[in-house]
Design a protein. Structure first.
Length: 200
């Protein structure tokens, strides 16, 4: 049975009796209805990009090289093969997950202790877009062993003016993996580098 989390709540990813190995992290959002003037052009679609920032025990990125410390639309797999991004969704249209990232907890190298899931609006400054124009944003974890949803975090705050979100994180505590519902807005994140810089 899935658990609905609130901001700041944590949940253990250890199943009773063990066995949880592979999870799918689904991130979703919808574009809020926007007013359009009689003679105005159709507004540009909001292109949200989901990424994973890989950090060590100290909470800092594991490498200054973006291809080693981050899994995103330009780098769909980490070097261990434990974390795989399914690819970019340019509009956020349709039901369910807009972007998905698969995590094999059993394959994550010892040097990676925290996976930070972030979403940013590509070219937000140029397009004059922000997360106040987004609704129904969520992150959910699915156990791929039985395809059942483990937990879901619906982001219900007003993120007007924010162009990036730290949505949630999977982190290692001893031998146990946990998930933390974060929901932190970031004012300037038109480029992924701005989010990575938070963890340098």
């Amino acid at each position: 049975m899935s658990v609905n989390l609130k901001k700041g709540e944590k949940i253990s990813l250890v199943k009773p009796g063990g066995g949880l190995k592979k999870v799918r992290v689904g991130l979703g959002w919808d574009e809020a209805a926007r007013k359009r003037g009689l003679f105005s052009l159709k507004p540009k679609d909001i292109d949200c990009d989901a990424s994973v920032i890989l950090c060590g025990e100290d909470g800092k990125i594991i490498s200054p090289d973006v291809k080693r410390c981050c899994v995103y639309f330009g780098n769909l797999r980490d070097t261990s093969g434990a974390i795989v991004h399914a690819g970019d969704n340019l509009t956020g249209g349709g039901e369910g997950d807009d972007e998905q990232i698969t995590v094999d907890l059993s394959l994550i190298p010892p040097g990676i202790a925290r996976l930070v899931f972030v979403v940013n609006i590509y070219d937000a400054g140029v397009r004059r877009q922000h997360f106040g124009m987004i609704r129904n944003a969520f992150i959910r974890l699915v156990d791929l062993g039985n395809n059942s949803e483990i937990c879901r975090f619906n982001l219900t705050e007003d993120y007007t003016g924010m162009t990036g979100l730290v949505v949630g994180e999977i982190y290692r505590r001893g031998d146990e993996w946990k998930f933390n519902a974060v929901g932190q807005g970031v004012a300037e994140a038109s480029r992924l580098a701005s989010l990575i810089d938070l963890y340098r």
